[in-house]
Design a protein around this ligand. Structure first.
Ligand code: 6PG
Length: 233
């Protein structure tokens, strides 16, 4: 779906996430939401805090995290803590922070263990996963050229991102694909070329990782502003 502004796209995305979570809570004791970082989510988190949700029954996970301490300005946890967790009053026990302060391999192992434990040892099936898309068509922390974009069995991994000269922890495509619902929030003119490549370009997930959210079986609903959609039909 294309919206006039990033604010409307973010609000619509948040309201959709809330509806899916409410439906899951009507059907069972808990619901699970995995969120991404970046700049756009802050708008979406703000609306999410205004939705009527029983956060005591919602478990929050991350799609990816920078390998930094939780109080670092780069931390996706810090962004969510300031604009979602502390505002909505999400119980600490429900917050499954990726421990970016650990060595990357240890952080990834701890993340996978936490997810496996939550899902009772089975493969994860998040109720809602929120992804973004970078101007280079990365999603999660699966950047162009990352061979793990082909991985359909792992839960998460530590990846070294050459262009950032930094490690990230990221969910892997299999964990994204098994979600009940994926939402993608993408906004800004800088995303227009990536949108065109991801939606209409030749299939090449290694070059355009966000294609896994369009061209495969993943149930993804896109929330895009007009600025990002100028090059797609
Ligand atoms: C991150 C995100 C990343 C993000 C995109 C879009 O940790 O940076 O998980 O994948 O979703 O880079 O970011 P914007 O919302 O800032 O455009």
């Amino acid at each position: 779906m294309i919206y006039p502004t990033v604010e409307i796209a973010a609000t619509s995305c948040a309201e959709f996430i809330a509806d899916v979570l409410k439906t899951r809570l009507d059907a069972g004791p808990t619901a699970s939401l995995a969120i991404s970082g970046g700049s756009t989510p802050k708008l979406m988190f703000g609306t999410l805090t205004k939705c009527t949700l029983d956060w005591s029954r919602i478990h929050l996970f991350w799609v990816d995290e920078r390998c930094v301490p939780p109080d670092d300005p780069q931390s996706n946890f810090r962004l969510a803590n300031e604009s979602l967790i502390s505002v909505a009053g999400i119980p600490e026990a429900n917050v499954h922070r990726i421990r970016g302060e650990l060595p990357p391999v240890d952080a990834a192992a701890a993340c996978a263990e936490d997810i496996r434990t939550f899902f009772g040892g089975d493969a994860p099936r998040f109720d809602v996963i929120h992804c973004g898309m970078g101007a280079d068509s990365h999603t999660a922390s699966l950047f162009p050229g990352e061979p793990l974009i082909e991985d359909r069995t792992g839960i998460c991994a530590a990846v070294y991102v050459e262009k950032l000269k930094a490690y990230r922890i990221t969910l892997l495509p299999g964990a994204l694909a098994s979600a009940r619902q994926v939402v993608v929030l993408a906004a800004g003119a800088d995303k227009a070329e990536a949108m065109r490549a991801v939606w209409e370009g030749p299939l090449n997930v290694l070059k355009h990782p966000a294609q896994i959210l369009v061209r495969e079986s993943i149930q993804a609903r896109w929330f895009v502003d007009e600025a990002a959609a100028t090059l797609v039909a």
